[in-house]
Ligand binder design. Structure first.
Ligand SMILES: *[C@@H]1O[C@H](CO)[C@@H](O)[C@H](O)[C@H]1NC(C)=O
Length: 418
């Protein structure tokens, strides 16, 4: 077998595996799921996690207050930094990084039964590229967060959420618009950032997983390039005692079973949302639940550890700017992006924007039912990480407040519905 571009240690390991795989297929195949050297017992212990979304990679809908003070063409962290300029942007972001999540959040997570946090970070915070407007400083706070998590016995997945050029064109990659990742030197630059994360943090006692890149847009990318990047990224991490986490690249939750032979400690991250297409938005609560249950069942048939690394209590896309600043909601027919419209399904006004405390009784009960069912669905496989721990004005997406208000089962092991 030839794996071009793999580091020599990985080539040796793959060669050894292929040499012995005929003699010992069962034993070696079980190394595809192998937790003895890891800091979290993936496969036997369920991941019960929250994302720290909007902390080190801004999203207008998570912290609208940062964006409301800027012109309409500021739609992501890239344009925010470009428009404010380095000094102002750095001041604004330093005050956000030091206040949005604090040490006390981790003890509350612990009280809620959370055993993992997924922390998105952009390449520009780790290994900046000249010419970018982004400002640096988040990486220092990441280091602090690892210690806060560790003090509570919570494990961390460091998630490279923004890759050079943008791997998906979403605002949450740092830069909304076109997909430039895989062009030019961007893959090599991504590997440079991942290797720095490995060298700085992989040996930290809290760091149980590193995700190679969040949500690469498989249908728009050359998947051979994505798979080669995953293989090289794995090769660089294989001796680091972290679960090498890779997103399904929107290829489907069951699309990766034939890939990854000869690699171990792979963790497949699939994201489950039922709010980003008209069909899902029209489902009844019962249909939302059965969709999630079916998805959890599909996750559980995979040959690799599989988690739902993002999911939500939302059954609408009504949260302000969820689809991007200046883009409306499909649910109430106000969505508009390059000529695509949407048809009215229901009213967003007041219902899904504001606070958890402000939800009406019916929404409160429906969201509670949906969250419990999803937890039970994803725990048919290897667990889940909710998107997101907190935000300013999107109640269905606010794990902290939803839990305080009794909409998340406590203890988490009491979840039911699938
Ligand atoms: C979350 O709870 C805090 C504290 O009660 C409150 O100030 C905030 O508005 C709430 N946010 C949401 C989205 O529920």
């Amino acid at each position: 077998m030839v794996f071009p571009n793999l580091p020599s240690a990985a080539v040796t390991a793959v060669a050894l595996l292929s040499t012995f795989s005929n003699a010992l297929p069962a034993g070696l195949m079980s190394q595809v799921k192998r937790s003895d050297s890891l800091k979290f017992a993936f496969g036997s212990e369920k991941v019960r996690g929250v994302n720290l979304g909007g902390w080190f990679v801004l999203e207008p809908w998570i912290t609208p207050s940062i964006f409301e003070a800027t012109p309409d063409n500021v739609v992501d962290e890239y344009t925010l930094c470009q428009t404010l300029g380095a000094t102002t942007a750095k001041n604004r972001l330093e005050s956000h990084w030091s206040s949005f999540i604090q040490e006390g959040d981790f003890s509350e997570m612990k009280d809620f039964g959370i055993n993992m946090v997924r922390i998105p970070i952009g390449y520009w915070s780790v290994s900046p590229l000249s010419g970018d407007p982004y400002v640096q400083g988040a990486y220092t706070f990441l280091g602090e967060a690892l210690d806060w998590a560790n003090a509570q016995g919570i494990k961390v997945m460091i998630d490279l959420h923004g890759a050079p050029g943008s791997q998906n064109g979403f605002d949450n990659s740092g830069r909304r618009g076109s997909i430039g990742w895989t062009q030019g030197n961007t893959v090599a630059q991504t590997i440079t950032a991942l290797n720095k994360i490995r060298d700085d943090h992989a040996s930290h006692p809290a760091v149980a997983a590193i995700e190679l890149v969040n949500e690469p847009m498989g249908p728009s990318l050359d998947m051979d390039t994505v798979r080669q990047f995953y293989m090289n990224g794995w090769g660089n991490l294989e001796n680091s005692n972290v679960a090498v986490t890779f997103h399904d690249a929107f290829e489907g939750v069951n699309a990766w079973n034939d890939w990854g032979s000869g690699m171990w400690n792979l963790l497949l991250d699939t994201h489950h949302y039922e709010v980003f297409d008209a069909g899902s938005l029209q489902l009844s609560v019962g249909e939302h639940v059965s969709t999630a249950c079916g998805f959890g069942g599909a996750m559980a048939t995979n040959n690799k550890w599989t988690i739902a690394g993002e999911w939500t209590g939302a059954m609408t896309d009504c949260a302000q700017w969820l689809n991007g600043r200046g883009i409306g909601a499909r649910y109430d027919g106000t969505y508009s992006v390059s000529g695509q419209g949407s048809s009215y399904i229901g009213d967003c006004a007041g219902k899904y924007q504001g606070t958890v405390a402000g939800l009406g009784l019916a929404d409160h009960n429906n969201i509670k039912t949906f969250i419990s069912a999803q937890i039970s669905a994803f725990e048919k496989a290897d667990g889940w990480i909710f998107w997101t721990w907190k935000n300013e004005a999107a109640p269905e997406w606010h794990f902290q407040n939803l839990t305080q208000a009794g909409l998340v089962p406590q203890p988490l092991s009491s979840a039911s519905g699938c």
